[in-house]
Design a protein around this ligand. Sequence first.
Ligand code: GCW
Length: 688
Amino acid sequence: RAEDGLDGWLRYARLRDCHTGGQLDDFATSIVALNATEGAPLHTAAHELQVGIQGILGLELDVSDSVTDKDTSSIIVATAQAYEDEFGSLPEAVDLIEDGFYLSNKGDDTVIIGSNERGALYGAFEYLSMLAQGNFDEVAYSTNPDAPIRWANQWDNLWDNGTHGPVERGYGGVSIFYDGVGHVREDLSRVPMLGRLLASIRVNGIVINNVNADPTILSERNWDGVEEIANLFRPWGVRIGMSLNFASPQTFGGLDSFDPLDDQVIDWWQGISDEMYERVPDFAGYLVKANSEGQPGPLTYNRTLADGANMFAKTIAPHGGIVMFRAFVYNHLADWTDWHADRANAAVEFFAELDGQFDDNVVVQIKYGPIDFQVREPVSPLFSTLRETAMAIELQVTQEYLGQQCHLVYLPPLWQTILDFDLRVDGQESRTRDVLNGNVFGKKLGGYTAVTNVGMDPTWLGSHLSMSNLYAFGRLAWDPTLDSGAILDDWTRLTFGLGRSVRETIRAMSLESWPAYENYTGNLGIQTLTDILYTHYGPNPASQDNNGWGQWTRADGDSIGMDRTVRNGTGNAGQYQPEVAARYEETETTPDDLMLWFHHVPYTFELHSGKTVIQHFYDAHYAGAETAATFPKRWETLRGRVDDERFEHELYRLTYQAGHSLVWRDAINEFYRNLSGIPDVHDRVRHH
Ligand code: GCW
């Protein structure tokens, strides 16, 4: 059923008696949402509890907004303030920070207290997640977010001009927001459904349009639509943000300039911000891609990127908004004949000198690696460079370079190589996640963003299994120390039920999927060897080099890899803190999985594993494709344990993946076999 996809992990399937055993006899008989007002997250929480408990347990609970009969057992959901006003102080609430909640569940007495209404809603979802997983344990705990910014980014285009489709790098159908001919859709019925999914994973903001921003989002007609989108997300505690096009005052507003220091330009933007807050009082903020890949920006006027960011920031500071300013600024027309040129250096080169110049409500939004969402990258060195600037990480749920939802690739293990990485700031332990939560540099405004790119597809992302990445993004943004396997177990129980074989099969396949994908698409840190000129899909190792995009491999007949050393190469290794820089400077201390990211070596270079680079390529591509070949077979074992529609849908995709991994394997192996002239010791790779 299509609803199965739209509900994602919020299906509230009825538990079997063997899972509820005896628990229903003394279950609460009512839900009390203290002082809930229609349309507010607390009201949503009560309704969600009612619907969820009806689905999961088959019990009909009444909802009220005050305690009428103190003798009946209830689930109380409230803000800390409202709870205290009614029942007196609640010591557990003392430690709650914004969006945090306290959940206690003892016998027929359940209390869900949010620091704010959003927190209460999160607590309700947590409780429902427990019930849906057949977990009736008595619990009493508080939980707080690791960071305040937990945002989805949608790259939705207003116009589908055929170049990038309705959602740029989106593989889940057309936009849920725009009609493709310039307007906010009439039918926005998907918006609250998405709000519900996002709230359940504690995502509290969403940017509703592409970073390659079209100024016509500010057209007279679209203002009403934007306001409507915000109204539909509000009951879920999700605030909207908007991407802006830097040149709008000129191209859309009719001014003769878009200079960020020009008074007329500033006034123009102030007018936009004022109107925004009049219509959307809880507007979260702007997202800006400037002077990147042909987008306009302040550099046109010889102003700094900080001048540009601060201009927006000042217009929304009085309203409490923030500016997410992207660090994805680089020259996409770089000179590939220059051995010292390096796109990976760009973010630090542009931003390091601006540290300290950004207003307090500017957050620099940084892609996890120095290049662009590749299958393996080192952490962006910018995270250990900006000491005076708020920062957020940008992840990608949409699998742009990672199989575009046609390949199963469970991403949290990749994300955790970045989040757990110890940047050694001042020689001290300093994990990327501790930069993001403010522990390292003391900047408390920061956090997590992910390019989600859901669409109108009944699965949202194009594949049921890829929804585990969206689910895990929210969970990790709340607590980046969670185990990626445990997150997946929760997701699988919620999505496919409590059967053990379903859970174990999906877990094993998912956890093997990113290493397999890395094996058959691009290993040793060479990046995903996909076509980078047009589709970002399928193998095309030759497309990486000899163009200005800077995703170079420098492969020739004898050797391969980017020399990013300080000694002889682009100097990129030197952008890290000294201990890390020293490690990446030498092949002896560079891990194999980043060897070709940092070093240009002969194909015969011996890795720490004892293999040569070329033989590693051959073997890894065979191993990766072999793993992918097991996926459809393992999924087959779940026939009858997963409903037919979702079973067939995934079987089709996994079968395709198994086949496509062979295409990858042979395309890459034969390419380097021909280029290097070195045969595979196991004699599997053809020579043309
Ligand atoms: O990865 C590249 C994508 C572009 C994208 C850009 C960015 C929205 O290929 O489609 O543009 O990154 O992140 O700005």
